[in-house]
Write a protein that binds this ligand. Sequence first.
Ligand code: HEM
Length: 259
Amino acid sequence: MFFGGTNIDTIRYPNSLVHMSVATAFPTPVRKFSNNPVVAFYQSSIGKKIVVAVTGLCLMLFVLGHLLGNLQIYLGEEQLNSYSQHLQDLGPLLWIVRIALLAIVVIHIISTIQLAIQNRIANPQKYAVAGYQRSTRASRTMVITGLIVLCFIIFHLLHYTFQVTHPEFRDLHDAQGRHDVYHMMITGFKEPLISFFYALGLFLLASHISHGFQSMTQTFGINNRKVSELIFNGGRAFSWFVFIGYVSIPMTILLGIVK
Ligand code: HEM
């Protein structure tokens, strides 16, 4: 900064510190970027943020699709079991979708963790600025809720997809010889402990999605107040829809409304 013709940053310091500024007092490690544009994009913070946002968006679409599939429980046993059978009949296509979904989850987690590490290295002077402190807390909450949601999903897969926790689910078949997903859900959610565990996992998932929507608006550089408010409210409405939609299933079963 120049003041009265003199560079104010260079006065009063001994020679060795003449060029010292706030930036050099907390030196940021110099990162080397690859010559490959795709790798270089991923190496940058914004590149990773975009990868996190896009994979997050794909996972939200899955969450919505899976919810709409599961809500068919309210249309009765025939509807839910035939929907589930249709999915199974997709054969190799179903496996392609499953592998793609798994890859998306892995990329989402790895890029989030790498981003958190990169931010920590780039900002060693912790909490110097109030806004930075706030955003650090928000991203830490995202990492924690994300990891708990991951544990919930692993349990969910062991419960209903691989039926490891309840091998007796494998023997459930309806009159047409299809896997009886309807009665698997009824039997599964009749256990209060399991239903409340799902409710907790789903609440954290909804909170993760709600925060994810806010981060996405920042990542995509949406500064317009009206648009970002719309996305923020849309994100909250979507998260509540996801929470209420999913949690209604174990709760209505537990209350004996669906049987
Ligand atoms: C009350 C909530 C939920 C219910 C009742 C439910 C129900 C089910 C059922 C019955 C299956 C096995 C389908 C079959 O064998 O035909 C399944 C699979 C699965 N669920 Fe859920 N789900 C719930 C929540 C979630 C959530 C919140 C997620 C992810 C965020 C999720 C992710 C998955 C995945 C990845 C599979 C494996 C799909 C596959 O193998 O093709 N589920 N779910």
